[in-house]
Design a protein around this ligand. Structure first.
Ligand code: MSP
Length: 485
């Protein structure tokens, strides 16, 4: 056990743009945060897991318009669809924040704006330049290729408008120092170096508002109803508004801030590792502890795109190997901080090797021996052994390093070692000549299997309680939990 067991654990996904169906990258981010949150709960840390939807954006407005829907009705529909997918994937969020929600979010944003203003960091100006609606970001000419955003490959709009600006440049040195010293840990190292190079070049002040056009999904600038707060200036605040920042009910904020770990994709690094720390510093608040930057998932070695026909739909994968098959693949086979490779065949192979075989097959073999040789097993005792403490300590350590793949491999290597142990000792043969000895071996195997299974629950939140129940009631499952596909 580590001495960190009571340290609060706060993990966040990016809030997703609800302008289309959630794709596999979104399912991946939510699942990885979910596994980390469940690991934290499993080792006894007070945990808060936040996810949600980034609703106050122009691109959402445009999609709703194109579908001929009123924007809030469209957003309600989208939120229900996303929550349904998250439910299927067993995503155990404590809160699903929606940035159009005045109670959950707007007060925090207003408080943030007022603090920046009070610090003298908001000033009026006019913006002349480009804007990519895909990124919801202001662009310079050198960011564009033939007038198009390189990420979205769509033409950027040219804008000339009144904006309020945020004095981000003022905080460059402080942000740089915090990242250099790991006070704000940006991981992996390559991303830390990338953001440090950006900071080295200098930070410009940024536009922090846009003219307001009467849309329902916007938060107005305090004391100027002609301007709406820039969507990223509003969205980033979700990480603290969700905890009650800016309201009287801010116990969550007091408990969990600044223990935050923000898991993000590499395409939104600058927003999180430059603009967000700048806002927090200006507001007199502490910086989050960590920014974990995932790669982008690819399929067949290429970025997923509709035109290449290599887009993987999470629902199709769930239909193929079940929600836990997909969760397992993400946790075990896609390194968190790298570009991961995902194909239908890889998912299928991993499922069959580790869930149908692996834990699935092992459950059957052990249960069968336990029942037919009448081996007694007490789960109270099983949760109170030196081995249990050892695995508990290892899980806490993997959690400390946010090493989901390492953790998944550790647990599944444990299962594999029980398979080897069965092969080597052959209790089914031994039982015929020395039943007491065979029973003793199976009993030891059960202690190990029970412990590993318990700590596999962050990955298999549905299957593990089922397996444990069958051990406790000493019954074979009617049909295998993880059927071979
Ligand atoms: N709304 C913003 C985030 C605001 S956070 C205050 C946003 N939303 S998004 O829906 O476009 O993207 C959400 C996350 O999904 C990003 O972290 C992005 O990197 C991630 N992914 C998008 N495509 C992905 C893959 N192909 N693979 C892995 N993650 C992917 O940005």
């Amino acid at each position: 056990m580590t001495n960190n067991s009571a340290k609060p654990f706060y993990i966040t996904t990016p809030i997703f743009y609800p302008n289309g169906k959630l794709h596999i990258g979104h399912a991946y981010a939510a699942t990885m945060c979910d596994v980390l949150a469940r690991m934290a709960r499993a080792v006894g840390r007070p945990t808060y897991f936040l996810t949600g939807a980034d609703e106050n954006s122009l691109k959402v407005q445009k999609t709703a318009d194109a579908e001929g829907k009123e924007v809030i009705a469209f957003l309600d529909e989208q939120a229900a669809i996303s929550q349904q997918l998250f439910g299927q994937l067993h995503i155990s969020y404590d809160q699903y924040i929606r940035t159009t929600d005045p109670d959950a979010h707007h007060q925090g944003v207003i408080e943030m704006w007022n603090r920046l203003d009070k610090a003298g960091d908001i000033y009026e100006g006019s913006y002349e330049g480009y804007y990519c609606v895909g990124c919801e970001g202001f662009k310079t000419e050198k960011d564009l290729i033939n007038g198009c955003c390189p990420i979205h490959e769509t033409p950027a709009e040219f804008l000339k408008e009144k904006n309020y600006f945020f004095k981000l440049s003022k905080y460059r040195d402080q942000i740089k120092k915090a990242i250099e010293t790991d006070e704000l840990l940006v991981s992996p190292e390559a991303r830390k170096n990338e953001i440090l190079a950006v900071l080295e070049e200098g930070l410009d002040d940024i536009s922090f508002s846009r003219p307001y056009h009467g849309q329902k999904n916007a938060i107005l600038v305090p004391n100027d109803p002609t301007q709406a707060i820039y969507v990223w200036g509003d969205a980033l605040v979700n990480y603290i508004s969700a905890l009650g920042f800016g309201t009287a009910a801010d116990e969550g904020f007091k408990l969990f801030w600044p223990e935050a770990i923000h898991l993000i994709g590499k395409d939104i690094l600058r927003f999180h590792a430059a603009i967000w720390p700048g806002m927090l510093l200006s507001a007199g608040l502490s910086l989050p502890k960590k920014i974990l930057v995932t790669g982008l998932m690819q399929s067949g070695g290429k970025k997923m795109s509709k035109s290449l026909g290599n887009v993987i739909d999470p629902q199709e994968m769930i239909d193929l190997v079940g929600p836990e098959g997909l969760r397992f693949f993400f946790a075990h086979d896609v390194p968190l901080l790298d570009d991961g490779e995902i194909t239908r065949d890889l998912i299928l192979a991993s499922y069959n090797a580790h869930l149908a075989n692996g834990i699935g097959n092992l459950t059957n073999r052990l249960l069968k021996m336990m029942i037919s040789y009448d081996v007694q097993f007490d789960s109270m005792h099983g949760a109170n052994t030196p081995y249990w403490n050892e695995v508990h300590g290892k899980v806490a350590e993997y959690l400390e390093h946010n090493d989901v793949t390492g953790y998944a491999n550790y647990i599944w290597q444990g299962f594999a070692s029980i398979d080897v142990w069965i092969q080597e000792t052959e209790p089914f043969k031994l039982f015929k000549t020395d039943p007491e000895k065979a029973k003793g071996i199976v009993s030891e195997m059960l202690v190990k299997f029970f412990t590993l299974t318990n700590f596999a629950q962050p990955i298999l939140p549905h299957g593990v309680p089922e397996i444990i129940k069958h051990i406790e009631v000493r019954q074979m499952p009617e049909k295998a939990l993880y059927l071979k596909v």
